[in-house]
Design a protein around this ligand. Structure first.
Ligand code: PEP
Length: 255
């Protein structure tokens, strides 16, 4: 039985003041949370604030990315080791908004994944196709290529870390992110089952444990139907994570 996981991706939103009130509201409403794992991924500069406010709560926190480098002359980069120092449990890797900016190829995402694992973080590795790719019948091929980083791109040592730190996969169809148009539960389930099948090719036991989140306009209105699918183990939530009531409601639905 996989415990559901609901992760908020705050993207480029927040201020010290707004974060404080959003986090305090989440802490209050999710107090005693034990039926679902919940986390928020904030901009780097607010990780210290998250650590201060969330350290005694059941809500975990994480970064939205980590560098493909460990250290050196890489102005503005933030390493996995650095974010780990702020108590992060998670980091998102390979989000389509990073891939779209052409800053993150599959190879780069793969390096980030590796550094996250070596820093003891739980990566939330994002995969998903664009609308053109789906319309062209290439959705599975695109996701397969992205998943190859996980399935065959990690050596045995790194794969052992992925198991140890419960690596998470997020299926996020690009056409559903921030658009208000979500995948149907059947579309999402089909892809989630395919992703689990790909993981099973490397490690059948881990395939049964790995949590595969759905991301793309998940909201209180559609969470029930998506989260009731057998291979959907939670959500990666953008817009709805910025409204405490919505995020809390999705966590309740995920029970
Ligand atoms: C996301 O950014 O990962 C996401 C799923 O955003 P939204 O929920 O707004 O579609």
């Amino acid at each position: 039985m996989r415990k559901k996981l609901v992760v908020g991706n705050w993207k480029l939103h927040g201020s010290l003041l707004n974060n404080q009130s959003l986090i305090n509201q989440l802490k209050q409403d999710l107090h005693g949370l034990n039926w679902v794992d919940a986390a928020v991924c904030l901009p780097y500069v607010y990780l210290f604030q998250a650590q201060q406010l969330l350290q005694d709560s059941p809500i975990a926190w994480g970064a939205q990315n980590v560098s493909q480098f460990t250290e050196g002359a890489y102005t503005s980069c933030i390493s996995a080791k650095m974010v780990a120092e702020f108590g992060c449990t998670y980091t998102i890797v390979g989000h389509s908004e990073r891939r779209a900016l052409k800053l993150e190829s599959n190879q780069i995402a793969s390096k980030r994944l590796l550094h996250a694992l070596h820093a003891g973080l739980t990566p939330i590795f994002c995969v998903g196709e664009t609308l053109d790719e789906r319309d062209g019948g290439m959705a599975e091929m695109i996701v397969k290529n992205q998943m190859l980083n996980v399935v065959y791109g990690l050596d045995d040592e790194a794969f052992a870390l992925a198991k140890k730190f419960n690596m998470v996969i997020a299926y996020e169809p690009v056409w559903a992110i921030g658009t208000g148009e979500h995948a149907t539960p059947e579309q999402a389930q089909r892809m989630h089952a395919f992703i689990r099948y790909m993981v099973s090719e490397r490690d059948p036991e881990f395939a049964q444990q790995v949590r595969i989140l759905y991301g793309g306009s998940m909201s209180p209105a559609n969470a029930q139907s998506l989260l009731s699918m057998p291979d959907i183990d939670g959500g990666l939530i953008g817009r709805a994570a910025l409204v405490a009531e919505d995020f809390v409601e999705i966590c309740r639905i995920a029970e």
